[in-house]
Design a protein around this ligand. Structure first.
Ligand code: ZN
Length: 390
């Protein structure tokens, strides 16, 4: 197996707690050896071993690749007019999802595959090396299974979200739709997914109540899936405590929380994943990241890239928002978008640069990770493509 020695790393973010150099485990003037798809050595340049090949990054910063633990990439159609209407004052209640459902059902497999592939390329160009992809714009047995099959062509982190909203044709009989999700749809989708998720939001007439969510998550767990929950996006609700009680890996949004929700999260391994691109794109109040961090809650940042509430796939943008709008330090935000979101996927082989971890790396056109929030909107981050190295 060919080994590659990467040099010219002005700053290496390792996220390795054994390094004892701050939250990010930073190493200055660093080197990394990669063998195949794994990290084989990490340290300072003056102690680096030899390798078959060398690649000089010329004084750039190198980080663990961004882990986007929350996205909805399998969709067709265009909802830019809905965004414009929202900016003119129309409130968001989850109803626009039906527009994407109609367009997604009408698209061919090849059309959807091209759309997902383009979105993943867009993510890699901005430094994302792992992405979780949810279904949720099919909402029939066949369309949900198709979305997961397509998502599985691009990632192992596939999430069954048949409980995204109650589709328009099922509104007169919500209970029958929940039965379908827990029955035939789950049976078809469980073999194609690692995770099950539910949009638990009693304030949206389209999403699911606490009791409906509990039934759906329990059925998913019985079918062998691990749990994630959308909760607290539009208002406080039962979703956060349900996620903690059922042992979900992550509860996502957490924009509206009670102090009991924060206490429950602080005493649990469930990660609170914040998605500030949504608050930006819906012009809403941001989550109180400081309160969560100060309470000792494990936190993550992700994009929630989706056609309705945040059509941005940019983790650098999310990091900038987290620092500028949510009071996170640059170190906390970078950690949350790498190690934090890896924990939200229960992964220990990504979000960290240490021996044995995956060689998923992101390089900055800058000497330090501080430039991510310092230079918002500037395309300085990209996934390091080792196969393209000379
Ligand atoms: Zn979402």
């Amino acid at each position: 197996m060919t080994s590659i020695l990467i040099t010219g790393i002005a700053e290496l973010v390792t996220n390795d707690p054994e390094r004892e150099s701050g939250l990010l485990g930073v190493i200055g003037d660093a080197a990394v050896v990669v063998e195949g798809d794994r990290i084989a050595w990490v340290g300072t340049l003056n102690t680096a071993p030899d390798a078959d090949r060398r690649q000089d990054l010329g004084g750039r910063a190198l980080l663990p690749g961004f882990v986007d633990s929350h996205s909805h990439l399998v969709f067709a159609g265009d909802r830019s007019a809905e965004f414009a209407a929202r900016m003119a004052g129309v409130p968001y209640d989850g109803g626009g999802i039906a527009v994407s459902v109609e367009a997604t059902r009408a698209a061919s497999d090849d059309e959807l595959r091209l759309l997902v592939s383009a979105r993943i390329r867009e993510m890699r160009r901005q430094g994302t090396t792992t992405v979780e992809i949810k279904s949720g714009y099919g909402l029939t047995v066949a369309d949900e299974a198709r979305a997961l099959r397509l998502a599985g062509e691009f990632t192992s982190e596939t999430t069954f979200l048949g409980a995204h909203v109650v589709p328009p044709e099922a509104r007169r009989d919500r209970a029958a739709y929940v039965d379908l999700v827990c029955g035939e749809m789950l049976a078809a989708c469980a073999p194609l997914a690692r995770w099950i998720d539910v949009f638990c939001e009693p304030r949206s007439p389209h999403a699911f109540t606490g009791e409906e969510s509990r039934r759906i998550l329990a059925a998913g767990r019985d079918a062998g899936l691990e749990l994630r929950v959308h909760a607290g996006q539009l208002g406080v609700g039962p979703g956060v405590q349900l996620a903690v009680e059922l042992g979900a890996a992550s509860v996502d949004h957490c924009t509206h929380l009670t102090s009991q929700d924060i206490d429950a999260l602080a005493g649990s391994p469930t990660v609170a994943t914040l998605l500030p691109g949504v608050e930006f794109s819906t012009r809403s109040r941001y989550p109180d990241a400081r309160a969560l961090i100060d309470a000792g809650v494990r936190g993550a940042l992700a994009s929630d890239c989706n056609p309705g509430t945040c059509y941005s796939s940019s983790i650098p943008f999310v990091i900038a928002l987290a620092v500028r709008e949510m009071g996170m330090t640059p170190d906390e935000a970078v950690h949350a978008a790498t190690a934090g979101s890896a924990a939200a996927l229960r992964r220990t082989d990504i979000g960290v640069v240490r021996v044995g971890a995956r060689a998923d790396l992101t390089v900055l056109e800058a000497p330090s990770h501080l430039h991510l929030p310092y230079r918002p909107g500037v395309p300085i981050a990209s996934a390091l493509d080792l196969t393209a190295l000379p």
